[in-house]
Design a protein around this ligand. Structure first.
Ligand code: SAH
Length: 346
């Protein structure tokens, strides 16, 4: 897991002394057919399958817990080879099947409303550990995964090399279009420029959550380093380079950032920035600040102000409310508890 077709060809040739086209077959089974073990790879000779099973594993990670929502959302807790755990989510919609992936074990950004932040940062995921997530999820879905969002645990732009390697594997090997991928960032401005340099037609989502430095710094410590205006400039420059419209995510916390004043400031600052605003009502997690989710009427009013200013707005459709849907919730609840055997994936 994590090797490209070319790398698999080299590996079977050099390490196993097999014809290199076996590497192409392996890549097809691993990435396109999401085969979980070598014995299912029916166009490989039985002896080779046995040999592969002895010296390698397809995926080093195992599903330690799965939760299914009535709306079709499936949330998985993956146990990594070193015992750490990360979450990933399958989100089937009528017109697409989306997956939400993690990029780090934990997160160092300390956003006040986020469950992952409270556990702190442990380490970066490897490219293999990232691309392994959609493959585990693909096995749970009859329909093919079409969209990828990096909105699980971690800050993708602080693990840029591995993230880009994983996105390339998802594009080249799994066959998902870059245009259907979204990388979400807390707003590390210099890294937005680094990411733009790769020149991939991927949507960048910036977790803005406030239009002014004072409000934003209160809920997102990262803002003390890169303020709102710096981010708007980075967003404009990312658009110039990639021609991909920016998504601004805006988490609504009652009476913190959801007032008409905040909506008006946001509308003013977004003038002339080619973007879409995605409103996300707070998915409740217990935090020291005890943030609350705004009532529907406050959300409607916020949205109306933006729309009156000609800004395109979407409201995140709520999914998986019955299954610890917000980031980090499942791991938080599960941590330290033994895994029921019946739930362990074989
Ligand atoms: N670190 C990246 C990606 C992971 S977080 C980022 O910050 O964008 C993905 C999104 O979930 C972010 O917009 C984040 O602010 C949001 N989020 C975190 N906690 C949330 C909660 N309790 N309810 C709703 N959205 C939340």
């Amino acid at each position: 897991m994590g090797l490209s077709e070319a790398q698999l060809r080299a590996w079977v040739g050099e390490t196993l002394g097999e014809p290199t086209y076996r590497g192409t077959q392996l890549a097809k089974w691993i990435y396109q057919k999401a085969a979980a073990d070598f014995h299912r790879m029916t166009d490989l000779p039985v002896a080779l399958r046995a040999r592969l099973s002895e010296c390698a594993v397809v995926s080093p990670n195992a599903i330690s817990l799965t939760q299914r929502s009535k709306d079709g959302t499936v949330k998985c807790l993956l146990r990594l080879a070193d015992g750490n755990e990360v979450e990933c989510v399958l989100l089937p919609y009528e017109d697409r099947v989306s997956v939400c992936l993690s990029t780090q074990v934990g997160c160092a950004m300390g956003c006040r409303f986020c469950a992952t932040a409270q556990g702190g940062y442990t380490r970066n995921l490897t490219a293999g550990e990232i691309v392994d997530q959609p493959l585990h999820l693909q096995r749970l879905s009859e329909r093919r995964i079409s969209h990828v969002v990096l909105m699980g645990m971690g800050e993708p732009l602080l693990n840029l090399d591995n993230v880009v390697a994983a996105l390339r594997l998802m594009h080249d090997e799994v066959g998902i279009s870059y245009r259907r991928m979204t990388v979400s960032t807390v707003g590390i401005a210099p890294k937005i420029y680094d990411f733009a340099e790769y020149d991939l037609p991927i949507t960048l989502a910036i977790s803005l959550h406030a239009p002014d430095d004072e409000t934003r710094a209160r809920i997102m410590p990262v803002n003390r380093k890169w303020g709102v205006d710096t981010l708007f400039q980075a967003a404009r420059d990312y658009f110039e380079k990639t021609k991909r419209r920016i998504t601004f995510e805006y988490l609504l916390l009652r009476e913190v950032n959801d007032t008409p004043w905040h909506a008006e400031q946001l509308a003013k600052k977004l003038k002339g920035v080619p973007c879409l605003v995605n409103l996300i009502p707070f998915n409740y997690v217990p935090t020291p600040d005890e943030f609350q989710r705004p009532e529907a009427e406050r959300v409607r009013r916020f949205r109306a102000i933006l729309e009156a200013a000609g800004i395109e707005v979407t409201l995140r459709v709520e999914r998986g409310h019955d299954i610890d849907a917000a980031c980090g919730q499942l791991r938080g609840r599960h941590r330290g508890k033994p895994i029921p055997l019946a739930l362990q994936a074989r």
